[in-house]
Design a protein around this ligand. Structure first.
Ligand SMILES: O=C(O)CCC(=O)C(=O)O
Ligand SMILES: [Fe+2]
Length: 210
């Protein structure tokens, strides 16, 4: 695992393993996920921004233990059952990290036009002591972290963003308290023509189980 450093090392606590899965295995996992994952439609495929509903610029699915729900961008999503491939990847991530996960958010970007805006994974139902484990398959994409005090023109501090490339078969661990102090985004990359699937394994505290 490579530790990713910034001047704010203690707070931007990331670890990356580029070759968690070899090329052939990663190809196979991508193919299986394309067959198994059913992406949200209707209300669940939208986000609330300042009281309005918008289509998200990618596809999303949520899977996890029975009964779990997760509110993301103002829309509540319930977890579909684990598929065999998601379970297989989850178990491999648990073996590598020593952490148990009960939920995964799947994001599918059809090409470089699909993206994710700057945000923190700071939902109240997440276990604050558990890292978020991000598995990437398919096209490599840039992933950018910006410190909360260094965003926008009127920012109070000058802290360099942390830029990573998330490649096919890689695993990125976002350890606490990264998501308290750093925002992250997956920007548009017009030259990327191929799809990418990202899985973020999370631990939801069971109080939020309904
Ligand atoms: O696609 C990615 O790598 C980012 C996913 C992400 O930030 C999220 O699911 O919250
Ligand atoms: Fe995120």
């Amino acid at each position: 695992m490579t530790r990713i450093v910034s001047r704010e090392t203690k707070r931007c606590n990331l670890k990356k393993r580029s070759n968690c899965w070899k090329r052939e295995e990663a190809d196979q996992l991508f193919k299986q996920l394309e067959e198994e994952v059913v992406y949200s439609t209707g209300e669940e495929a939208k986000v609330h921004v300042f009281g309005k509903l918008y289509n998200i610029p990618r596809k999303q699915a949520t899977h996890g233990d029975a009964g779990l729900t997760y509110t993301y961008s103002g829309v509540k999503r319930s977890a579909c059952p684990w598929t065999p491939t998601l379970e297989y990847i989850r178990d491999a991530v648990t073996k590598t990290t020593g952490q148990a996960f009960n939920f995964v958010l799947v994001n599918r970007y059809k090409d470089g036009q699909d993206h994710m805006g700057e945000h923190r994974d700071d939902e109240k139902e997440l276990d604050p002591f558990c890292p978020i484990a991000s598995v990437s398959l398919g096209a490599a994409r840039d992933f950018i972290f910006r410190h909360r005090d260094a965003r926008g023109k009127q920012s109070s501090r000058q802290i360099e963003p942390v830029k990573l490339e998330l490649t096919h078969g890689s695993l990125l661990l976002m350890n606490p308290p990264t998501n308290t102090f750093w925002y992250h985004s997956l920007p548009v990359r017009k030259r990327v023509l191929l799809p990418r699937i990202n899985l973020t394994f999370r631990r939801i505290v069971l109080d939020s189980k309904k």
